[in-house]
Ligand binder design. Structure first.
Ligand code: ADP
Ligand code: MG
Length: 521
């Protein structure tokens, strides 16, 4: 049920608050209801006492003491009344026999004697100090007293009610005392206590059910209003942490969580933009570094390429100095010098073209021309390393939109890698195929090959197995980036000590089609 800590924490706080709140209300409620029930019980007992008093009075006036005894016996027999006594001023029990008043009067002397002898207890003799004290109080004040008696086998409410010497009573009893005696009535508290207990249990159960229901509703609301957005935020943060900067928080509320989500989104957006900028700059830097490394590899070859025509031209100039008058020879030498200069110009142009930074730009080109131009840059190196070239070029009939400089950079890096992989010479095969929707290029060598372990790393930036100064580890990573930008694919197949083949496919971009697209835009 509880998925995360926040859930438990919030719910715990709410539940504690609910328990304290409802608990206090429940305790107050139970207390009040219990007091009310006790009060009701007291009123009931007082009513009973008053009606007994009235009945006694009436029966006395009618001279029916027997009826009084019957009444008292009947009430004593009722379940709720545990004790019912009428105590006279002298502390003795009244109405303990079944005689009528006449008989009482007749036998009064005899009765007194018997009673005197058997006199069991006098409520005023101090055996029960509390009772004596209460009785004295009542005789003095004329007010009733009620108290609880509670021990192991008794749980009683006892009321001591003074029996007032009314005018009607004074006829027989005289007017010496205001109070004739005391009615002591004790009722069992069992029923009341039972009712209080069951009421308390009922209130507690209702409170608990309410707390649980409120808790469940709150849990539901907390999930909807707080946890769902927080979960969304946490999920997005995790995605961002794993490098997905395109992740966004779903914000559809205006509260603090909504604000948090929005500022988080804008933070990732800024981060994404900065990251893109950084990646672009990084890529540019890598391309530049890789180019410089390639140029380093080509330097000696280029020097040699320029040196050859220079040496030829130098010889021509020398010859012209000695045979300057021969017009025919001069024409011939000038022609040779012109050819030499053109050769140097082409090489320098190519070199500058390669060294320069280029934006991604498509222009009509034939793939085979790019391959041949690139080969020219490494001719000397191949010769030096005893590498023989095998060409199978089939893309020289149709121009497509190709990014010349970037394509050249890719081919050159793969070719340099191939030459470096054949230190004892070998064969470099280059094949180009014009497929239905793609141009395919494969560059193979018969070199040292790549181990399985390294095969997965060769496109990583700065991965190199070459010595410092020989390899920068950037060539393939930059080439991969370029081919990806051209929407193409680059694959590699290699076997140790047999050789390696790089296969590149790029989508064909028709010259006319592109023009049409541009026009339509
Ligand atoms: N034709 C190949 N034959 C063998 N290994 C190769 C070949 N091409 C690339 N590699 C391996 O891939 C690594 C990375 O190549 P690259 O990114 O061009 O960096 P560098 O050439 O500067 O080392 C090389 O160091 C080499 O181990
Ligand atoms: Mg390389």
């Amino acid at each position: 049920m509880f998925r995360n800590n926040l859930d438990v924490k919030i719910l715990s706080v709410v539940m504690v608050a609910l328990f304290i709140g409802f608990g206090t209300i429940t305790i107050i409620q139970i207390d009040k209801e219990s007091k009310d029930m006790l009060e009701q019980n007291q009123i009931k007992v007082k009513l009973l006492a008053t009606s007994i008093e009235k009945s006694i009075q009436n029966y006395m006036i009618e001279g029916r003491v027997d009826l009084i005894r019957r009444l008292l016996a009947d009430i004593r027999n009722s379940k709720e009344v545990e004790r019912l006594e009428i105590i006279k001023r002298d502390g003795m029990l009244a109405f303990t026999d079944f005689n009528t008043i006449e008989t009482v009067l007749k036998k009064s002397e005899e009765f007194k004697f018997v009673k005197e002898r058997e006199r069991p207890a006098n409520f005023l003799d101090g055996n029960d100090p509390f009772l004596s004290y209460y009785f004295k109080g009542i005789f003095e004040t004329g007010k009733n007293i009620s108290y609880y008696e509670k021990d192991e086998d008794r749980d009683l409410l006892t009321l001591l009610q003074p029996l007032i010497n009314q005018r009607e009573c004074q006829r027989c009893h005289g007017s010496d005392h205001n109070i004739r005696g005391i009615l002591r009535i004790s009722t069992s508290m069992k029923g009341v206590n039972e009712a209080i207990r069951s009421n308390r249990n009922r209130v507690i159960i209702i409170s608990l059910i309410t707390i649980i229901l409120v808790g469940l509703v709150l849990e539901f609301l907390i999930r909807r209003v707080i946890l769902r957005p927080v979960d969304g935020l946490v999920e997005t943060m995790a995605k961002v942490e794993n490098g997905d900067l395109t992740a966004r928080v779903d914000v559809n509320v205006d509260d603090e969580l909504g604000k948090m989500g929005r500022s988080f989104n804008s933070m990732i957006m800024k981060l994404e933009a900065a990251n893109k900028k950084l990646a672009a700059q990084h890529h540019l830097l890598m391309e530049r570094t890789e180019k410089m490394a390639s140029l380093g590899q080509l330097a000696s070859g280029i020097a040699h390429e320029i040196n050859n025509p220079l040496a030829g031209m130098f010889n021509c100039v020398k010859a012209m100095h000695s045979d300057g008058d021969d017009k025919g020879l001069r024409e011939k030498y000038l022609g040779l010098i012109d050819k030499g200069l053109k050769r140097v110009e082409i090489i320098v142009k190519q070199l500058l073209g390669f060294a320069k930074e280029h934006k991604l730009e498509f222009s009509p080109n034939m793939m085979d021309d790019i391959i041949l131009d690139t080969i020219r840059l490494v001719e000397y190196k191949m010769k030096k390393e005893n590498v023989y070239l095998r060409l199978d070029l089939n893309c020289n009939t149709h121009e497509y939109l190709i990014d010349y400089h970037h394509m050249q950079q890719v081919i050159l890096n793969i070719v340099i890698n191939a030459i470096q992989a054949m230190p004892d010479g070998g064969i470099l095969s280059i094949r180009s195929v014009d497929l239905e929707k793609h141009i395919m290029l494969s560059i193979s060598d018969t070199g040292i090959g790549i181990t399985k372990e390294n095969l997965s790393k060769i496109f990583d930036p700065f991965f190199t197995t070459k010595d410092v100064g020989v390899g920068s580890g950037l060539g393939l990573s930059v080439s991969y980036g370029i081919i990806e930008k051209l929407d193409g694919k680059i694959d590699v197949l290699s076997e140790v000590n047999k050789g390696t083949t790089f296969k590149i496919t790029i989508p064909k971009r028709e010259v006319e089609t592109d023009m049409q697209i541009k026009e339509s835009i």
